[in-house]
Design a protein around this ligand. Structure first.
Ligand SMILES: [Zn+2]
Length: 349
């Protein structure tokens, strides 16, 4: 039986980042601190763990890591003695100063137990607060020779600039829809048709695709989209109330019972809607639709694209962006959606 492919080579769509590290390793020029940035859900955390495996594997193979030795297995399971994972503790907002002072700093003062390096992965480094960020800064300024810090971050502007400037930044790309599709295909619990649709709508993020399936925004989009194209013939307020009610229910059914889950689902819904209207614009300009968000109710979208002027399609897209911004700013979903659909009705009228 052939051994499973090591994590390092299993991360899809990020060959450029992988080649950058391989080339630094080949030249003996690997740095001590890297910031892996890019959209959510494109494999940054998995890549960091794969890289840890790559650096900790001591098997003599032509193409390390071997994926099968004790080091590889422990790194893959996140219990290697020379690997430390720091992330937000469940129920907390930030990475605390305690996590940095009592776990990270001591970990990097001890020499490696097995190989040549001790590796720390800090997931979602934007969640470091001022205190914990400054504590981390100390070790970034003078990292031990055997130390390696891998920070992942999808909002680098939210990071202390002093941290950012002390790390080498590695940009991660959005995934191609076929890569998202093959990641989703590994989950036997997903209906293949739903998975394919989510992959097209994902905006290049496998994490987003899974969230859209799990939070129901994909289904809700499918069931309401014909109604949206029929505005103003259908009542914009009834549609807004329906979505606000759905958002509330999503918040209630989430594990923590937090309204944030509902907002997250609504944000995904609005993202799908804005993709669909961008495609209206493309059709209008004689270009083929890009996101395939219009596959549901395709006839209704084509008819809409026939009758709506370009500048109105642009204004609808802007209105959707404005709604997303308001949801981010914690405005009430009912109010935001009423205002949005009212404007869409007016512009489509
Ligand atoms: Zn190995």
């Amino acid at each position: 039986m052939t051994p499973p492919l090591p994590l390092w080579r299993r991360v899809l769509g990020q060959d450029r980042a992988r080649e950058r590290f391989e080339s630094a390793l080949a030249r003996g020029r690997l740095g001590h601190a890297y910031l892996l940035t890019g959209p959510e859900g494109v494999g940054k955390a998995l890549f960091a763990q794969g890289l840890a495996q790559r650096l900790l594997c001591r098997a003599k193979t032509a193409e390390p890591p071997c994926g099968a030795c004790a080091d590889c297995r422990m790194a893959g399971a996140n219990n290697h003695p020379d690997l430390l994972l720091i992330e937000v503790v469940e129920g907390k907002q930030d990475i605390s100063i305690k996590q940095v002072q009592e776990a990270l700093l001591p970990f990097l003062t001890l020499r490696p137990m097995q190989g040549e390096r001790r590796i720390v992965i800090v997931r979602e480094a934007e969640r470091l607060n001022d205190e914990s960020g400054n504590a981390l800064l100390k070790v970034l300024e003078e990292p031990p020779s055997f130390g390696m810090l891998l920070l992942t971050c999808s909002r680098p502007h939210a990071l202390l600039s002093t941290i950012r400037s002390r790390c080498q930044e590695v940009r991660f790309e959005r995934l191609a829809p076929e890569h998202v599709a093959s990641i989703l295909a590994k989950r036997p619990d997903l209906d293949p048709a739903v998975a394919a649709q989510a992959a097209r709508f994902s905006g290049g993020s496998a994490g987003r695709a899974v969230a859209m399936i799990e939070n129901g925004s994909l289904t809700k989009y499918g069931t309401t989209i014909a109604t949206v194209t029929c505005l103003p013939e259908t009542d914009p307020f009834a549609l807004a109330d329906d979505l606000a009610e759905w958002t509330r229910a999503k918040g209630k059914e989430s594990d923590s019972g937090k309204a944030e889950a509902g907002r997250e689902a609504l944000r995904d819904y609005l993202r799908l809607l804005s993709c669909a209207y961008r495609d209206v614009l493309l059709r209008r300009l004689g270009a083929p639709p890009q996101t395939l968000c219009q596959e549901d109710a395709a006839g209704a979208w084509a008819a809409l694209a026939q009758r709506i002027p370009v500048e109105r399609a642009i204004r609808i897209e802007e209105a959707i962006w404005e709604a997303r911004r308001r949801i981010d700013a914690n405005a009430g979903p009912a109010f935001v959606m009423q205002d949005l659909f009212d404007r869409v009705a007016m512009l489509q009228g």
